[in-house]
Write a protein that binds this ligand. Structure first.
Ligand code: IPE
Ligand code: IPE
Ligand code: MG
Length: 243
């Protein structure tokens, strides 16, 4: 039957899960899995850009990940700093515009400076928007947006709240991928994923390669997005290519 011919999602969001298990299986410390996860992200960014994806939003550290052992939390903070230093020049060359999404209050001043510097350096780029959700939670986002509107005396509507959320600079994700085999949201984009197509991959994040991405894209291309309408209504609509 007629499918919306919007084959390539404009915006992909990914819960990059499974680093710890990847390391455990190799009898390595969990942080080795996180390091490998950075390599997988680098590959994924390149592959998304090549396929015409315009926005990529990745979940790197959740509000709840502070509950992990202090040693692992420390290693993840360290990894953020080193990955920034190592990857930003190449991302900049590739035309990637970086945004860090999440509560920066909880981060050390030096890390915050690094995030701001990376955003400033890449601000003029337009090939791909990369949102890195770090110290992010969907509930935090909705609460901070509501608080800001209330403080400004702005009436809370779907539109005003949408505009006050941390991802107001991009349209909602078309496709939300979670790797690592779990089928849950884990406090990721609670508001923005209202109509995202969901794809769950059993691959652990460090093993999520181009072929796995293409599998997700193929599944997406076969979906019919109805947004509450009937299938017949969708079929009668003039085709709208995404992009
Ligand atoms: C995802 O991998 C990365 C973060 C949450 C920081 P995990 O560390 O959750 O890996 P698993 O789920 O334990 O395998
Ligand atoms: C979600 O993974 C957060 C990130 C990938 C950053 P978790 O591993 O923290 O999720 P749960 O705890 O299994 O739900
Ligand atoms: Mg996990």
């Amino acid at each position: 039957m007629a499918k919306t011919p919007a084959a390539v999602p404009h915006h992909i969001a990914i819960v990059m899960d499974g680093n710890g298990r990847w390391a455990n299986r190799r009898l390595l410390p969990r942080v080795a899995g996180h390091r490998q996860g950075v390599d997988s992200l680098r590959r994924c960014i390149r592959a998304c850009a090549q396929r015409g994806v315009r926005v990529l939003t990745v979940f790197a550290f959740s509000s709840e990940n502070w509950n992990r052992p202090a040693e692992e939390v420390g290693a993840l903070m360290e990894l953020l700093a080193t990955a920034l230093a190592r990857e930003v020049p190449e991302l900049d060359r590739a035309g990637v515009r970086l945004h860090f999404v999440g509560d920066r209050e909880g981060l050390k001043p030096k890390v915050r400076e690094g995030l701001a510097a990376a955003e400033a350096r890449t601000a003029a780029n337009a090939q791909l928007v990369l949102n890195v959700c770090f110290n992010y939670g969907g509930r935090w986002d909705i609460a901070q947006a509501a608080r800001r509107l209330a403080e400004a005396g702005t009436p809370i509507t779907e539109q005003s709240l949408n505009g006050a959320l941390a991802l107001a600079h991009v349209p909602d994700p078309d496709l939300l991928i979670r790797t690592g085999g779990e089928q849950r949201i884990s406090n990721f984009l609670l508001w923005q994923a209202a109509y995202s197509e969901l794809f769950f991959s059993d691959r652990l994040w460090p093993d999520f390669d181009e072929a796995a991405l293409d599998e997700a894209l193929a599944a997406y291309a076969g979906r019919e997005r109805r947004f509450g309408k009937t299938s017949a209504q969708v079929a009668a609509e003039p085709s709208t290519a995404a992009g």
